[in-house]
Ligand binder design. Structure first.
Ligand code: GLU
Length: 292
């Protein structure tokens, strides 16, 4: 009887050891996948297509310091979003190709398949989530307003009856109107967040929409508009000595990686981003880019 018991104990330990080893080796495959054996892992079809192509195509900003910035001398891209994109490519064991996008062009390029994902100060909103998948946010910014010092505007209240330059396809105008209504500076009559359109809004503040930020900056210098509103991260490069931010910042902007809705790549990216938030990788990139 004792012998049988001992035999059973030995057998059980052996089975346990074998299954533990099996567990380890499958983990190992996952862990080393990025460098050695991309083909050993089962990817969703669309993810496998990126691996087969050998290049991950990413839409990024090229003039947002700390996020997506292309050095005009070396042509090299740098920033938090560049580092995240490069790490995704590394996981897949593929090269990376950056395409400079704007708020007006990024979604069309994603829809057409010209790029696989967008890492371009792209704010997660419920409305956008209906059309694209977004990862868990990797950074949160705020909207503010840049003015010429000579304008004397220093706060949201000072923007009453002024014309504000915003990028088409951005969250900025709606965020500004919401903040002005909440501050009690303009009437909320006729405001419907679902149907809000900057080009037809005329209650207490008006908007001029542009395709890119350098054009808005030029329009501000030329006096075509009284103020320039967008996320603070984007405004930084246009904040010259003769300009200042108003004192208010509002409307938190959670940035996420956007991918095609329902794609295998969405889940792949989401797993990576949540892991990199948990293990401090993203925090490290944020610190490296002086974004704290
Ligand atoms: N982050 C804002 C948005 O997604 C501002 C626009 C931009 O990213 O250029 O609408």
């Amino acid at each position: 009887m004792k012998k049988v018991k001992k035999f059973l104990t030995v057998m059980l330990s052996a089975i346990l050891a074998v299954s533990l080893l099996a567990g380890c080796s499958s983990k190992e495959n996952e862990g080393t996948n990025s460098n050695s054996g991309a083909e050993t892992k089962e990817y969703a079809e669309d993810v496998q297509a990126i691996v087969d192509r050998g290049v991950l195509r990413v839409g990024v900003k090229n003039a947002v310091v700390g996020f997506g910035f292309q050095d005009p001398l070396t042509n090299e891209y740098k920033g938090l979003e560049i580092s995240i994109a490069e790490k995704i490519a590394e996981e897949l064991g593929v090269d990376i190709e950056f395409t400079a996008v704007t708020a007006a062009t990024r979604t069309a390029l994603l829809d057409s398949g010209d790029i696989d994902c967008v890492l371009a100060t792209f704010t997660i909103t419920d409305e956008r989530k209906e059309s694209w998948d977004f990862s868990t946010p990797y950074f949160t910014d705020y909207v503010t307003v840049l003015v010429e010092n000579a304008s004397g505007i220093t706060s949201l209240e000072g923007l009453v009856d002024k014309k504000v330059g915003v990028s088409s396809g951005s969250t900025s105008a709606k965020a500004l109107v919401t903040a002005m209504i909440e501050g009690g500076f303009i009437s909320e009559e006729g405001f419907d967040p679902e149907t809000f359109d900057p080009s037809t809004w005329t209650t207490g503040v008006t908007f001029q929409q542009y395709d890119d930020y350098p054009t808005i900056s030029t329009a501000l210098s030329a006096g075509e508009i009284d103020a320039f509103s967008v996320d603070k991260s984007i405004l930084a490069i246009y904040n010259t000595d003769s300009r200042s931010y108003i004192e208010d910042k509002f409307a938190p902007q959670d940035y996420g990686v956007a991918t095609k809705k329902g794609s295998g790549f969405s889940s792949f990216v989401e797993e990576l981003i949540t892991a990199w938030i948990a293990d401090g990788t993203i925090k490290g990139f944020v610190a490296e880019n002086s974004l704290e």
